[in-house]
Design a protein around this ligand. Structure first.
Ligand code: KG4
Length: 337
């Protein structure tokens, strides 16, 4: 069974082909047009998707070494995301499905991130159900209790900013460009994680909050710049290392609490922030020192990509679930819908 996956929820246009859950190709066109604005400009993202989608799908099919007539179904990201961007992927999926006379499967973008763990690959063991997944991206920070391929319960989530947003916003005030997460990660490797301490939230249950950390980071910069105008430049690596260590500490503390309370030994991580080297190391440490089995996705499946969409679509299609031509994208939704 060949599934074409299409991802266009934000600023990456991606297409992938899976054969019985195994990735044959995964092609992504990223959009450099947003760099100069310090964030994604929705209108520009839609226009770039419109230009990229046909070449990206063409390349994914060619790289897989199949013909479009071999496809069994088309899986596409229906939401959540930027509506104009989602419309490009959704409309393309509708036209292609009509032209080929094959079904469509709508995919929840958040479920797709978790489904990166369901790709069939002997080098990538699949977590057994139930497991906990820390889903951390630019728009989400959640702890999920994953009971089945499509049955995911949110047991904790951020009440304000997402972890990726905290990285991006703090990086922006240091003039590190957008997205700032990868730059913070790189600089952190040369810095002292204990050089600065920032506020950590104290909130109920398994929920997260990152707005206090962001404010505390800003105040540290403001207070020190008064004394030394070159403070950021001279302390960049230490600031990044301390920020990263605080984000990871906040994330892991709640995940561990949930794992202990629910007596779950299998822990996964997904989403763009799962590319962070410090967070990946923290997961590996749980395995080495605390007896958990951890599942850290390959880098290529961390940030937005179509392989994860095709993987989620494949599991849904196996259950016989498809969608109609009248399907419309949604900008907001939960992982449970
Ligand atoms: O999952 P994703 O590609 O897009 C969505 O938000 O759905 O995640 C993007 C986020 C951005 O906030 C980016 O800064 C962050 O993932 N990110 C990282 C790293 N790579 C990407 N954050 C920290 N360290 C990284 N290495």
């Amino acid at each position: 069974m060949y599934i074409l996956g299409i991802e266009s929820s934000c600023d990456d246009t991606s297409a992938a082909i899976l054969e019985d859950g195994k990735v044959l190709s995964n092609v992504t066109a990223s959009q450099a047009v947003h760099l100069r604005y310090g964030g994604v400009v929705p209108e520009l993202a839609s226009r770039a998707h419109e230009q990229n989608i046909i070449p990206v799908v063409d390349k994914a099919i060619a790289d897989a070494g199949i013909s479009k007539h071999d496809l069994s179904a088309i899986a596409f990201t229906r939401g959540p995301g930027l509506l104009g961007s989602l419309l490009v992927g959704t409309s393309f999926a509708k036209s292609f499905s009509l032209a080929l006379g094959i079904p469509m499967v709508d995919v929840n973008h958040l479920q797709a991130h978790v489904s990166a763990h369901f790709v069939v690959d002997p080098a990538q063991p699949m977590p057994p159900f139930p497991f906990l997944c820390l889903l951390v991206s630019g728009g989400n920070s959640q702890i999920l209790l994953v009971k089945d391929y499509m049955d995911m319960e949110v047991i904790g989530q951020t009440i304000d900013d997402a972890a990726g947003e905290a990285f991006d916003k703090c990086a922006k005030v240091m003039n590190l460009g957008y997205p700032g997460g990868p730059v913070v990660d790189k600089l952190a490797q040369e810095g002292n994680p204990k050089a600065f301490s920032f506020a950590e939230p104290n909130i109920q249950g398994y929920n997260y909050s990152f707005s206090g950390l962001k404010t505390s980071f800003l105040y540290t910069l403001r207070d020190n710049i008064k004394e030394n105008p070159n403070f950021i430049e001279e302390n960049k690596a230490d600031l990044c290392a301390s920020l990263q260590a605080t984000v990871i500490h906040i994330l892991m503390k709640k995940l561990l609490k949930a794992a202990k309370d629910l007596k779950i030994k299998h822990l996964a991580v997904a989403g763009g922030v799962s590319a962070n080297s410090g967070l990946r190391n923290a997961f590996m440490e749980l395995q080495e020192k605390k007896g958990f089995t951890v599942y850290v996705p390959p880098f290529k499946y961390t940030t937005d990509n179509a392989a994860m969409v095709a993987s989620a679509g494949y599991r849904k299609f196996l259950k016989g679930i498809t969608c109609e031509q009248t399907v419309a994208p949604y900008s907001r939704t939960t992982i449970e819908s």
